[in-house]
Structures are given as structure tokens and as C-alpha cells.
Design a protein around this ligand. Sequence first.
Ligand code: GRF
Length: 196
Amino acid sequence: MNLAVFASGNGSNFSALYQAIQEGILKAHISCVICDKKDAYVLERAKQVSVPYYHIALSEYDSKEAYEKAILDILALYHIDYIILAGYMKIIGQTLLDEYSQRILNIHPAYLPEFKGKQGILDAFSAGVSQTGVTVHLVDEGIDTGEIILQERVPVFETDTLESLEERIHAVEHRLYPKAIQMYYQNKRNDERRNV
Ligand code: GRF
């Protein structure tokens, strides 16, 4: 199973996935990293472990379609099976959705459908809820609306700061994402076998 990890920032989930592969928890290969931000730390992380990485800026293309077609060309080079979004801050357009239907996964730092959107952790913290969570889901045309693959609750303590909550959520993400990808892949394969 060849994965392309899409990211825009720190890349701690990229590193967690890489580590899970090393440990045999996730039976896959990260073939490349696609990043839309030039200075994102994920590029450094990819470099350190010799995973090919590409910085592709939407501003250099005439349209989102052209941008995503350029990405598709790279994905074809590596025979990518699944797109794994890990802090990728762009909405996936129709070009990628059509080509990778049911094969784009995202991780969201809240218990969907609660706290959709870009600031899932901050929104939960500001709302004063006693629990939030982490969700791995399929990507569709909507924002954080695709079919849920796996999710886990994360408690919010009265003593929490935004930082301590972020830390707890990230720790769950790093454990949940490899597990969810492996599970999804396995279920899909079993379904395909049954349908032969
Ligand atoms: C994670 O919290 C993820 O849930 C969200 O973006 C963040 C990415 O973190 N979609 P990192 O770049 O993997 O450290």
C-alpha cells in the first residue's frame, strides 16, 4: 500500500505514521510527501528520513484543477494507492476526489460531527466541554463530513490549558491514525475479496 502524505505544517502525524510503519503497526510505504507551504517543518521531517517531498504552490497554477492535476502526475509516478491528509490546510477539489474516490483519509482533532473546521481544538476548548476527541474519516466534497472510519474520545480537564489539551489530542492522533489506515485498508480488501 503506497501512501502519499499531504501536509502544510509541523508534520508530527507524518512522523508518527513513519514510525508506525517502522514498527510494523501499519503495513504500508510512505512514497512521498506533498506540501503546499514552502517553510513547513514537515519538509524537513521528510528529508531527515529520505522520503521524497514536493512543495507545490497553488499560486503557481492558473486554477485549482491545474494544481491538482500536477499533484496527480506526481502521485502516478509513485503508484499511490491512498492519499493521507495530515494537517493539509487546503480543501480537496474535484480533480483529486474523482481520481481517489474513497481513497483519501483525513484526521481531525475533534469528535466529528462536533467542532468541524480549522480550529477543532480551540473551538472545543473555548466551548468548555468536558470531552472532545479525534476522528479519522474519508474525505468527500464537504468539510469534515465524510464517512467516519475511527474515532476516540479525549477528556478535557478543568486544569487544562489550550497547550495541554493540544498535547493530549496529538498523542491520541499519533496512535489512532496508523491504526485507522490499517483497519480501513484491511476492511476494503476483505470487501473486494468477498465481491470477486
Ligand atoms: C492535526 O491536529 C490534525 O488533526 C489536523 O492538523 C494537525 C496537523 O498536525 N488536521 P501535524 O502537522 O501532523 O503535527
